[in-house]
Design a binder for this molecule. Structure first.
Ligand code: AMP
Length: 123
């Protein structure tokens, strides 16, 4: 796994160097609107710690950070009115996963029927 790049765009958001549409923050977690939404609600949830991917987060984050992260996901889904009708979470990891920003993030998508999980791509 590659090492953490402190110049990635989410690190800049965490340092306040770039603005974001914040929807949630606590000691361990920040969540903000995706700049290129793929659904009526599209939020990115990120840990404040420096983790490249979900694997890195799972391997290195403390139990407190991991609990805070998933508590935040539940709270945000509730606050955004997604709990009743449902929603989707996605985390892309690495090259095959199509991860663009190398700071672990979870997408929360909802507000409409999202259809099949993956679009079939030509081989
Ligand atoms: P991924 O492909 O899982 O790494 O997703 C990265 C996501 O970050 C994409 O959905 C982008 O639209 C989103 N994104 C990139 N830059 C920003 C930004 N400055 N503010 C909010 N979302 C961003």
């Amino acid at each position: 796994m590659s090492s953490y790049d402190p110049n990635n765009i989410f690190a800049k958001i965490l340092r306040g160097e770039i603005p974001c549409g914040k929807v949630y923050e606590d000691d361990h977690v920040l969540a903000f609107k995706d700049i290129n939404p793929q659904a009526p609600v599209h939020i990115l949830v990120i840990p404040k710690g420096e983790y490249v991917s979900i694997s890195d987060f799972g391997a290195k984050a403390s139990a407190e950070e991991i609990k805070a992260f998933f508590d935040a996901v539940s709270k945000i889904a509730e606050e955004q009115g997604l709990s009743g009708e449902g929603f989707r979470t996605i985390t892309n990891a690495g090259l095959n996963g199509g991860q663009e920003v190398p700071h672990f993030h979870l997408h929360i998508l909802g507000g409409r029927r999202l259809g099949p999980m993956l679009t079939k791509l030509a081989a």
